[in-house]
Write a protein that binds this ligand. Structure first.
Ligand code: SF4
Length: 220
């Protein structure tokens, strides 16, 4: 029975991802649908072929896929501000370098069925890189990030899932990191990660963004 459930969910995920890929292309993004994480990793390696430097935007999905290890093995220089033990100044310097990398790898907090990318950031480095900077950006998006109901549904997903779980993961001193529920702390909480909201409706005109849609539940 479990195998049947997986089969039906994979069918639904596949057709929904193919539909959103088509809408993303109309909005100027490149879009690739991958059946699973292994196929997605192969796509990343192929897309990174010309890149010398690769930067990361704190994506759990990239971590699950083993993107950093694979690209390192392919001889790429990795720029990652998430390395443990860095000072704030060292992190800031790496984030600046990430903005001029040949390739930037990140994820999104939510993707609408219409093909709109919605994110909230605390620092803003991830969304800044998505909008302008690196020569090329790859966004790894598990099927669980796809929402129906436009930007309001995307913001609801961030409030219900991405915000609280990421705050807990990052040990932030926010109400949601304790209760698991958003308390709308932005504006009053020094450690809020929801300071900047971006809605990318069309691929920014001087950027090259490929959305890699993966038919698995991945990331937060
Ligand atoms: S607004 Fe505050 S409480 Fe809500 S998800 Fe963001 S950090 Fe957590």
């Amino acid at each position: 029975m479990e195998a049947k459930v997986r089969e039906f969910l994979a069918w639904q995920g596949g057709v929904r991802l193919e539909a959103v890929a088509e809408r993303l292309r109309k909005r100027g993004f490149a879009a690739t649908v991958c059946t699973d994480r292994a196929a997605a990793l192969e796509r990343v390696r192929a897309a990174a072929a010309e890149a010398r430097t690769v930067a990361f935007g704190g994506s759990m999905t990239a971590g699950t896929l083993g993107v950093q290890e694979a690209l390192k093995a392919d001889g790429k220089e990795i720029i990652d501000h998430g390395v443990p033990g860095l000072s704030t100044d060292e992190k800031r310097a790496l984030m600046r370098r990430e903005l001029t990398a040949d390739l930037f790898v990140a994820s999104v907090n939510a993707l609408t069925e219409e093909g709109v990318l919605v994110n909230k950031d605390g620092v803003g480095n991830r969304v800044a890189a998505m909008i302008f900077g690196p020569a090329k950006t790859l966004l790894l998006v598990g099927r669980n990030k796809l929402v129906r109901g436009g930007v309001p549904a995307a913001l609801s997903r961030i409030e219900a899932v991405a915000g609280p779980t990421n705050c807990h993961r990052l040990s932030k001193k926010t109400p949601c990191a304790v209760t698991g529920s958003c308390a709308h702390c932005v504006g009053s909480c020094p450690e809020s990660i929801c300071r900047v909201t971006t809605v990318i409706e069309q691929c920014p005109s001087l950027s090259s963004i490929e959305v890699i849609l993966i038919n698995e539940d991945l990331g937060l």
